[in-house]
Design a protein around this ligand. Structure first.
Ligand code: RP5
Length: 162
């Protein structure tokens, strides 16, 4: 089996439809990853164990999505020096601003690279993880350049009526 480079973790099964966007991008770029439900509040021991072993297992980045009182990305960043990319999940009560504020305002010393709220943020988390990996992987760098060029080429020059 290929070495797993990226961990995609999330606080709940209900986060998966959003976090799937990150997985899709990694699939498109041929990057290996694992997916886990790891909740800061409901499964704190699982969080600690995941963070404790992340480096020795060879993970290069962790994409962490959570909603509401979204402590998962920050707590993971406190436990491992592996880059943590946070995805604020859109919530019903506060539209994800709660998630964003919970993730983005980290104290000095324990950064979380915080993405946009929701699906765009999850997709960008996948791309950010790819950018990190591409620094040491010329083949992946080429695939990422091609991916970006294809997106640019798909944008029409003029608007149309459908
Ligand atoms: C957070 O609470 C999760 O990340 C999720 O976004 C939110 C709601 O979880 P569920 O009640 O849907 O399991 O911990």
């Amino acid at each position: 089996m290929d070495h797993i480079h990226i961990g995609i973790i999330m606080g709940s099964q209900s986060d998966w439809p959003t976090m799937k966007e990150a997985a899709t991008v990694l699939d498109e770029l041929g990057i290996t990853y694992e997916t886990r439900i790891v909740s800061a509040h409901r499964t704190p021991d699982r969080l600690w164990e995941y963070g404790r072993t992340a480096s020795e297992r060879g993970l290069r980045a962790i994409i962490a999505g959570a909603g509401g009182a979204a402590h998962l990305p920050g707590m993971m960043a406190s436990k491992t020096r592996i880059p943590v990319i946070g995805v604020p999940i859109q919530t019903r009560a506060l539209s994800g601003v709660d998630s964003l504020y919970s993730i983005v305002q980290m104290p000095k010393g324990f950064p979380v690279a915080t993405m946009a709220i929701g699906a765009a943020g999850a997709a960008n988390a996948g791309l950010m993880a790819a950018s990190i990996l591409a620094l040491g992987d010329p083949d992946l760098a080429k695939r990422l350049d091609d991916w970006r060029a294809a997106l640019s080429a798909s944008i029409p020059e003029e608007p149309c009526d459908d």
